[in-house]
Ligand binder design. Structure first.
Ligand SMILES: Nc1ncnc2c1ncn2[C@@H]1O[C@H](COP(=O)(O)OP(=O)(O)O)[C@@H](O)[C@H]1O
Ligand SMILES: [Mg+2]
Length: 337
């Protein structure tokens, strides 16, 4: 295993050039960013490691980016890994013992840590020491290894799966929210300039409403638009060009992509609007249920198109309206979770 494994979603990331490198450069999430600035300033002034941090929320909203920024602002190294890459307690021990004072250890998908690794982390986080068993059978003994004062930053697409004792060990817990269109508009302005793409104000406004409030989607689509612009030798991303390109790419008026609409269509047509269990839906969509609940559903819930109930997922009026499918007379709404 490698303790430099890039976090999920960052492998071969094409937009290194677009990544903000300081809190001042980071657009949106204003309340969270202002709190982080306080914690960073205070830890720096005391010359102490930052408290352990947990970032959670849907993919593409800036968890990894913020984690790197925290390390940059602290002026320390960041070691990046992902929970499934840490297979044995020994893997974790070798990462931890290689850290220097105040370094950041970033663990992506931290809800996927194995139970024994999580338990080893408890003492590392709390006591800055780990107990390692050396030898076997009657000769086995436990050795306590002291660790530098480090900061663990965990990122997760969901908190529901972190155990209560684990959660309690993070001093700073933050949820990232979807970005508003004006925030996305600022990101588009910044990144279009960095990529050398001409875009006008109407283009920015239209575009900012079609990226599901997600910077990663915004950056990916901006690159595709740059390609179309270049090939079609069009002067600037204006509203007409943005509209046409988004349509070509299968992005609709609310920013939903082909997969988002397929989810809604299957829920409405094959399951009569639900309630449908997430496992059943996942089979129909040939996706795993974690992807449905962590990647696709949060934005559909935010839009008020579906809801999660005790008996499964239910399509709401807005979903029928958006797809232009007549609503049944007495929709079965299930019971709220
Ligand atoms: N607030 C932001 N301002 C500008 N760009 C951002 C912002 N948040 C994220 N990004 C960009 O979006 C991409 C996805 O962010 P990332 O941190 O990888 O998300 P996550 O780890 O939550 O999945 C990054 O490449 C980054 O450049
Ligand atoms: Mg990430």
């Amino acid at each position: 295993m490698s303790n430099k494994t890039p976090s999920h979603g960052d492998a071969g990331e094409p937009d290194l050039a677009l990544r903000p490198h300081s809190l001042a450069d980071f657009i949106g999430q204003e309340k969270l960013v202002s709190h982080l600035a306080v914690y960073l300033g205070a830890a720096r002034a005391r010359a102490e490691a930052l408290d352990h941090v947990l970032f959670y929320g849907p993919p593409g909203l800036g968890k990894t980016t913020l984690s790197r920024i925290m390390a940059e602002e602290m002026g320390v190294n960041i070691v990046m890994t992902t929970a499934p890459a840490i297979e044995r307690a020994g893997d974790l021990a070798s990462i931890l013992t290689a850290l220097q004072e105040r370094d950041v250890l970033f663990i992506d998908e931290i809800h996927r840590l194995r139970a024994n690794i999580e338990e080893t982390l408890y003492s590392a986080m709390e006591d800055y020491a780990i107990d390692i068993v050396i030898g076997q059978g009657v000769g086995a003994r436990t050795v306590r290894i002291p660790l530098p004062r480090f900061t663990l930053i965990g990122a997760s697409t969901r908190t529901g799966l972190l155990s209560a004792p684990f959660m309690a060990r993070f001093g700073i817990v933050n949820r990232l929210e979807y970005y508003t269109p004006p925030e996305i508009a600022r990101i588009i302005h910044r990144n279009a300039a960095l990529l050398g793409v001409a875009i006008n104000e109407e283009g920015v406004i239209l575009f900012s409403e079609r990226v599901r409030g997600t910077p990663r989607v915004c950056n990916t689509l901006l690159r595709r638009m740059r390609d179309f612009l270049q090939v079609e030798k069009y002067p600037c991303l204006d509203a007409a060009f943005v509209e046409k390109t988004l349509t070509t790419l299968g992005i609709d008026s609310l920013g939903l992509d082909v997969m988002n609409r397929r989810y809604l269509e299957i829920l409405i047509r094959d399951f009569e609007g639900g309630p449908a269990g997430v496992e059943t839906l996942a089979v129909s969509l040939s996706e795993d249920k974690e992807t449905l609940s962590d990647v696709y559903e949060p934005f559909l819930i935010q839009l008020g198109m579906i809801k999660r109930t005790l008996r499964g997922r239910v399509a709401l009026r807005r979903a029928y309206q958006h797809l232009g499918i007549p609503e049944p007379q007495a929709p079965n709404q299930g019971e709220l979770l």
